[in-house]
Design a protein around this ligand. Structure first.
Ligand SMILES: [Cu+2]
Length: 176
């Protein structure tokens, strides 16, 4: 259930000595337990006021876990191509990514460069795995980079010339 309550801090003086106007903060917290506002004791109240931060932390942990467990199924006969260095390049040609399936170390920056004549973009298979590179940032001759700090396998594709599994697509395997 959802519990809403109001924190009303005691009036206090500001550094200029004027009385600060009372600030009302309304905090809504979703809790599993069947709490009602009447049963919220002072102690529970202070516990609850600490909750939003905890909730945010938990959400962040959950998101981090999701991206690091990303996997990608290599097409039959395809292999990961190991790349060395902290900066590696992937060309967006007409209409294929080269090299298509790369393996890099955590923290590597991958630069996508449009060396073709067509417009291309780079979209992760799983939204949010890394930030999209939109078409207007990857016109012919342009390049844009993304840094991969999480271990996992991140598939991507150009939505103009492919899908996550066909045509203009590729993947980046990030290892420790
Ligand atoms: Cu394309």
């Amino acid at each position: 259930m959802i519990v809403g309550f109001t924190i009303r801090p005691r009036s206090h003086s500001t550094s200029t000595g004027r009385r600060a106007t009372e600030v009302r903060q309304r905090v809504w917290i979703a809790v599993g337990a069947d709490l009602t506002v009447d049963t919220v004791t002072n102690r529970t109240r202070s516990l609850l006021s600490a909750l939003p931060l905890t909730a945010v932390a938990l959400i962040l942990v959950a998101c981090g876990g999701a991206s690091s467990s990303s996997t990608f199924t290599l097409p039959k006969d395809a292999k990961w191509e190991k790349q060395s260095g902290s900066d590696v390049a992937v060309e967006a040609r007409d209409n294929v990514f080269v090299p298509q399936f790369i393996e890099v170390k955590k923290g590597t920056t991958v630069t996508f460069e449009n060396t073709g004549r067509n417009r291309h973009n780079v979209l992760p298979d799983t939204e949010g795995d890394f930030e999209d590179i939109p078409v207007d940032k990857l016109d012919p001759g342009m390049k844009d980079s993304r840094t991969f700090d999480d271990v996992g396998e991140f598939g991507y594709y150009c939505s103009l010339h492919g899908t996550a599994t066909k045509g203009m697509f590729g993947a980046i395997k990030v290892t420790e």
